[in-house]
Design a protein around this ligand. Structure first.
Ligand code: PLI
Length: 487
């Protein structure tokens, strides 16, 4: 019986699924990891996954599919044209996102490419709520210039603003006044803004932003890659939304926009796939036509029929309050453990990962020596946990001047794949990051030994600016983290 004089006891929650199949992981020694790190040029993208224990590089395409999705793979209709799986995907997108035209693409950047080529003229500006690497790249490839119109709080890792993904309407208005509406190709509105730490936009802000754009005849395209996760934050944080389902909120959110690009590898719970969805008939015809050139016929867009089926099923599974709650709950758990250990992270904890504030953690490493890249390498060395740099390396260079862009946020992303790791894995991650935090002063900066021309973070190679390891020698000798979960 509940005792009304006692405060209600906090009850644990658990995921709304259980494990049916496991994938063994290889444990490595610290010496093996040191060798692998040097071989990878201190870039975690260049590590072999066999050398990784817990892989938090990305939540993109790394999720676990359900038994229903695996069964769906067997129902693949591999016809070149008009596959029935395309119609299943089309129906799922229409039901959940509400856009009538659906063009599958091999992944999110395929949709970004089509949209950018169709809607951007050389010299146009494309405002958006913080850049994303591939999105901005395709906008620039089409001759556009990205302009950031996100609220200032998004650039402050310590601000507790509940909707750090919001567009600053004053910044957007000033930009339209300055360049003229005719030079604004469209507004690119990302949900759960990745580079800000997985931070959501409010429903009100999306409504107001779209209204302002439409007043000026400017279209709004969502990057709805993590829209469902954004909708759960709306449900929990926005006045009047608590009793609504994420499914209902998603329909309303999308109803304000003119279309969306989606990387299905996130919210849609598949290992490959994406789509472009549109309202406008004529634009959709042109997109279907361009799809044939770059992706494949407009009913498969570079995917197999089975991939389309898995994505259709994944959309419906993700649009479920319990699934999304468990997803965000696991990310929040890791965030809490790191906060308890005193590690500076982006606040509030976002949707798809916990972002370490590398600028504060390794403040002795200058930005020109890539502190977040160095911290990422040190975490891998400690425990075999693979994270990703989201700072100066990811920001790239100014296309006009060639100078390194120095973003306000210098972060390491611990990205949580969906439905893959347990709470015990999160404990190992938290303890490893806390151990590295304690030795942070021993971390040394990095310099390029190879810098690719485009999206350099994927393939760049580095070396330490002093010595040969990522930790100064005395600290490197004093630690032993073999095996990662001994004791
Ligand atoms: O990796 P793609 O091509 O399926 O999707 C590109 C893409 C578009 N928008 C957003 C917000 C993304 O996060 C995104 C890809 N993200 C990756 C790969 C990530 O690791 O975050």
């Amino acid at each position: 019986m509940n005792d009304p004089r006692q405060p209600p006891r906090r009850r644990s929650w658990a995921e709304p699924y259980k494990v049916k199949m496991v994938e063994p992981l290889r444990m490595t020694t610290r010496a093996e990891r040191a060798t692998a790190l040097a071989r990878a040029g201190f870039n975690t993208f260049l590590l072999d996954s066999d050398d990784v224990y817990i892989d938090l590089l990305t939540d993109s395409g790394t999720g676990a599919m359900s038994d229903r999705q695996w069964a769906g793979l067997m129902l693949g209709d591999e016809a070149y044209a008009g596959s029935r799986n395309f119609h299943h995907l089309e129906a799922a997108v229409r039901e959940h996102y509400g856009f009538p035209h659906v063009i599958p693409t091999h992944q999110g950047r395929g949709a970004e490419h089509l949209l950018s080529q169709l809607c951007i003229e050389p010299g146009d500006v494309v405002p958006g709520n913080m850049y994303f690497t591939t999105t901005k790249f395709h906008q620039e490839l089409a001759g556009g210039r990205f302009v950031d119109v996100i609220i200032d709080e998004a650039h402050d890792p310590e601000s507790e603003h509940p909707f750090k993904g919001n567009v600053d309407l004053a910044k957007l208005r000033a930009l339209i006044d300055k360049v003229g509406a005719a030079r604004v190709a469209y507004l690119s509105l990302e949900t759960n803004v990745n580079m800000a730490g997985g931070q959501p936009c409010s429903l009100k802000n999306v409504r107001d932003t779209c209204a302002l754009c439409h007043e000026h005849g400017i279209k709004v395209f969502l990057d709805a890659t993590r829209a469902l996760e954004n909708c759960y934050f709306i449900k929990m944080r926005e006045d009047g939304q608590r009793s609504r389902s994420v499914k209902e909120i998603l329909r309303e959110l999308c109803s304000y926009a003119d279309g969306c690009t989606v990387s299905g590898k996130k919210d849609c719970l598949v290992n490959i796939g994406g789509f472009l969805a549109l309202n406008d008939d004529e634009l959709a015809d042109r997109a279907r036509n361009l799809c044939v050139v770059y992706e494949g016929l407009h009913t498969y867009g570079g995917l197999a029929g089975r991939d389309l089926e898995a994505m259709a099923i994944g959309i419906a599974e993700s649009a479920d309050d319990d699934t999304t709650r468990a997803r965000l709950g696991q990310v929040a758990y890791l965030g809490r453990r790191l906060t308890d250990a005193g590690v500076p992270i982006v606040r509030p904890v976002g949707g798809h990962g916990v972002f370490l504030d590398a600028a504060r953690i390794v403040e002795h490493v200058p930005r020109a020596q890539f502190p977040a890249q160095a911290l990422t390498a040190a975490i891998y060395l400690d425990s075999g946990v693979r994270a990703m740099e989201r700072g100066t390396v990811s920001a790239g260079r100014d296309p006009a001047t060639g100078a390194n862009l120095i973003p306000s946020l210098e972060l390491v992303r611990l990205t949580i794949p969906r439905r893959v790791y347990t709470q015990a894995h999160m404990d190992v991650v938290a303890e490893s990051v806390a151990a590295v935090y304690e030795q942070r002063e021993a971390i040394v900066g990095l310099r390029f030994t190879y810098e690719p021309e485009h999206l350099r973070f994927f393939q760049a190679r580095f070396e330490p600016v002093e010595g040969t390891g990522i930790l100064r020698a005395p600290a490197a000798a004093s630690v032993s983290s073999d095996p990662p979960c001994s004791g």
